[in-house]
Design a binder for this molecule. Structure first.
Ligand code: SAH
Length: 222
């Protein structure tokens, strides 16, 4: 069997050729985080196929590898940042983010909120297996309300698609920080969108790409 490292390098070569990702920190994170530890064991051999995988029997999915590393690019991460994720799912995206924002000199942290209790347990277990539990805190609840206790955040990422930006998430974002989310109704496609908080009353909106995500639930979801 081909070594996992080689399979990962091949995928990254493809992504570079297609211009999917520019940030080398994203490549390093992809090499460091074992995706196979974030999916049900019976699917482990599919860990590095470039498509989404089911999250247990919840109807939710873990995004395809190229989407997870494009998200790292969209977030423009640097070590030391505090990041809030909505939709922990398997915990994989949170681990990738943690791999970029935590370093010995600048320890950042990821808080990830998940609304499905079984997935809260699944994400925590996977993060521990992969050695990332120290850098990621998984919180059970409605992520559209954010997590006031640790605010403000440098970055906020939603990995489920909603019709509007949940207002608490903009409130809990640091001035100059960015929020990235798939904006749109569930169906086939949504628009990956980045919001930059200019000051307490102004945000700048930027369209990034067309994406397909599962629906955001909760108070400000669908
Ligand atoms: N980031 C995940 C994949 C997310 S799939 C990973 O790397 O595996 C989307 C997730 O968002 C699902 O687990 C779903 O249960 C969760 N979700 C949907 N609405 C939510 C909400 N309002 N608050 C928190 N989690 C939510």
């Amino acid at each position: 069997m081909t070594e996992i490292r080689v399979i990962k390098e091949r995928l990254l070569d493809q992504y570079k050729r297609r211009g999917y990702v520019k940030d080398v920190k994203a490549f390093d994170a992809f090499m460091r985080v074992p995706r196979e530890k974030f999916i049900p064991e019976r699917l482990a051999s599919s860990a590095y196929l470039d498509h989404p995988l089911p999250l247990m029997n919840t109807g939710q999915t873990i995004s395809a590898p190229h989407m997870t590393i494009m998200i790292l690019d969209y977030l423009e991460l640097v070590p030391g940042q505090k990041v809030l994720e909505i939709g922990a799912g398997s915990g994989y995206q949170a681990a990738l983010i943690a791999a970029v924002v935590t370093s010995d000199e600048a320890p950042g942290h990821v808080y990830s909120i998940e609304i499905v209790p079984d997935l809260v347990e699944f994400a925590r277990k996977n993060l521990a297996r992969a050695g990332f539990d120290e850098y990621v805190t998984v919180i059970e609840g409605d992520g559209t309300l954010g997590h006031e206790k640790e605010a403000p955040y440098d970055r906020v990422i939603l990995t489920a698609a909603g019709p509007i930006v949940p207002p608490p998430l903009i409130e809990q974002l640091r001035v100059d920080g960015t929020l990235v989310m798939p904006l749109g109704r569930p169906g086939l496609w949504q628009q990956m969108t980045r919001y930059r908080k200019v000051n307490d009353i102004e945000v700048i909106k930027e369209n990034l790409s067309s994406v397909a995500f599962v629906p955001l639930r909760g108070k400000y979801g669908v």
